[in-house]
Design a protein around this ligand. Structure first.
Ligand code: DQQ
Length: 605
């Protein structure tokens, strides 16, 4: 009676993998793909049917346990949330908008909810900022972005759905009713809406999510994500002198054969390795590169490349010619439809991303809420220029309990695990530095898996003994370890088919034993870590928050967010361990674990 929405877990691995799948899976995936091509990727659940199912079904009591509702990750009191929208700083306040269903815990009836904060950690929910009220957004107010104009006025551009039968997408603009209100409580939509419509052969059902605009040479520019033909993801550039009349640049900024590009984002980063961010209008120079991010609707992950943006030709060229296929991701876990903004106060660029649930839609209806936002992360370009670095905003540290628990210079032998006691670790921030004395015993890397971290992790999981690693943390573990989520590293000897003699480091988040509840989506998530482990050191930070484990490997080179729903390892029954399932001993040179307080204000939740 229900249909899987593409707002949920990625059901279909990839278009190419789909072809080799047999039977019903391939059939179901083809239907989903066709739905997407037909412009119906936003499938609406029949809430009343789900409610009936939820009432009848065996929703495990643990799913309804308040101990699974996140403590310090952004969320409203109830209902469905998805994409972050229009984050900005204005007159002393951080503003955050997000896609929200005021009527239930599944996607649908989308409006822009609005919260404000002084510190990115404590949030106050305000009235809905943007909801259907004009012809060109009557059937939905979808994602968009804010731009601060040159006179300091903030404007919002967003996608409106203007037909009942199909998701016909147009772009609208909204202005604050009262610019002197730092909380920007009311937004008005000028009569001239919609201000951008799909024309010139654009697929009107795959044309959405305007970016923050940037300014140079008398013109504003912004991007709109689109699908061209059957499978080309595209970012179109629109230009305007007055922010009201927009013209499309004939050639797109960039495109790739990856399926629809949702929520594109383009922004400058400095190449000097400093962590400061740049305003979106800073243009390319020898000292400035650009990052282009796209959210791939088919995979439901956020991919980015680092490259050069040329404002004369309005084209973007990734540094790595294979970049669009290379698949660098912000996060190798559950993290989608992200958006960055420039914080002029602390001169940093901040990344917001949505983390969906991975229980069932029936569970979500029963628990009455679905979706959180990842902790906002500072992003900057690694000195190598090859990738971004990410780190939770420093404000988060204010939630750390005064007295952390720590371990120092503790050797963890082959097959050993060490429990970290003295804190309630279901809501915690854990930082560990590992020392790997020798790489001699590292296992060989199967060349067939050398480019597929996720597959590698699924066959060489946390419980499969290795040479150097797997070592890392067991978080949200039950007392007898029937439940545990493993976040770990595993080191391989360089594969013969890759042009490097550097050992290969894999980071994994393995939730396969995270819960005794059988009806959960529990994918192993993994990414490679571009670090020089030959120096013998690697670090891990995990933000544990009841049903989320958000981890940062090697100082933020590789990040993985997993949603987990333990049935036993809840609240005070959750345990934390360091484990080593490798043959080689490793050393925890330092571990610090803080219990995390709940922010005083979390939208009333
Ligand atoms: N979600 C929005 C769209 C966007 C998608 C609708 C990404 O604007 O493309 O809720 O999750």
């Amino acid at each position: 009676s229900t249909c899987s929405s593409s707002h949920r877990r990625p059901l279909c691995p990839s278009v190419s993998a789909m072809v080799v799948l047999g039977g019903r899976v391939a059939w179901a995936c083809s239907v989903l793909l066709l739905l997407q091509l037909a412009g119906a990727s936003h499938v609406v659940y029949e809430t009343h049917l789900l409610e009936t199912e939820a009432a009848a079904a065996d929703v495990p009591p643990s799913i309804l346990d308040a101990e699974l509702s996140t403590g310090y990750h952004f969320r409203p009191i109830k209902n469905w949330i998805n994409d972050p929208n229009a984050p900005m700083y204005y007159k002393g306040w951080y503003h955050f908008f997000y896609q929200y269903n005021p009527k239930g815990a599944v996607w649908g009836n989308i409006v822009w909810a609005h919260s404000v904060s002084r510190d990115l950690i404590n949030w106050v929910a305000l009235e809905t900022a943007i909801q259907p009220s004009i012809k060109s957004d009557k059937y939905g107010c979808w994602s968009g972005s804010a731009t601060i104009l040159r006179d300091g006025t903030p404007v919002i551009m967003y996608t409106g759905i203007d037909r009942a039968d199909i998701n016909y997408e147009v772009q609208n603009i909204a202005f604050p009713k009262n610019k002197s209100d730092p909380l920007l409580r009311e937004w008005v939509k000028p009569r001239s809406n919609p201000i951008i419509v799909p024309e010139g052969g654009i697929n009107a059902t795959q044309f959405r999510d305007p970016t923050t605009a940037w300014y140079a040479d008398g013109h504003w520019r912004l991007l709109i994500g689109a699908l061209s033909g059957a499978s080309r993801g595209v970012a179109y550039v629109y230009r305007s002198r007055d922010f009201m009349r927009w013209t499309r640049v004939r050639k797109p900024l960039h495109s790739a054969p990856t399926g629809m590009w949702e929520c594109p984002d383009l922004y400058p980063v400095t190449v000097d390795g400093r962590q400061n961010g740049l305003d979106t209008s800073v243009t390319s120079s020898p000292r400035v590169k650009h990052v282009l991010k796209n959210s791939l609707d088919l995979r439901r992950y956020d991919y980015y490349t680092v490259g050069t943006y040329n404002r004369k030709t309005e084209r973007y060229v990734p540094d790595n010619p294979a970049g669009d296929e290379h698949h660098l991701r912000y996060d190798y876990g559950n993290f989608y439809a992200s958006k960055t903004f420039y914080d002029p106060i602390k001169r940093r660029r901040i990344l917001w991303g949505w983390a969906n649930e991975s229980d069932t839609a029936v569970d979500d209806v029963a628990k009455g809420w679905a979706g959180i936002q990842a902790i906002p992360r500072k992003v900057w370009l690694d000195p190598s220029g090859r990738q971004l670095m990410q780190w939770p905003v420093e404000e988060l540290e204010a939630l750390r309990a005064k007295k952390p628990v720590s371990l120092k210079d503790r050797v963890v032998k082959r097959g050993e695990h060490v429990e970290v006691t003295g804190l309630r670790s279901s809501q915690a921030d854990v930082e560990v530095s590992f020392e790997v004395p020798s790489l001699e015993g590292a296992e060989a890397l199967d060349p067939a898996l050398a480019n597929d971290a996720q597959k590698l992790c699924s066959v060489r999981g946390a419980d499969v003994e290795g040479g150097v690693g797997p070592f890392g943390l067991w978080v949200l573990a039950s007392s007898k370890l029937e439940e545990k989520t493993a976040v770990f590293f595993r080191v391989f000897k360089a594969a013969r088919n890759i042009n490097s003699t550097k050992p290969v480091v894999l980071m994994c988040s393995d939730p396969t034993t995270s819960s005794l509840n059988p009806n959960l989506y529990k994918p192993t998530f993994a990414g490679f870590v571009d670090t020089d482990i030959a120096k013998g050191k690697i670090s891990l930070r995990s933000l544990i928050d009841r049903s989320v484990v958000e981890s940062f490997g090697a100082g933020g080179r590789t990040c993985i967010l997993s949603r987990v729903y333990p049935t036993l390892a809840l609240g005070k029954n959750a345990h934390l361990h360091v484990f080593n399932n490798g043959k080689v001993d490793i050393k925890v040179s330092q571990l610090t674990a803080w219990e995390m307080k709940k922010p005083a204000l979390m939208n009333g939740a």
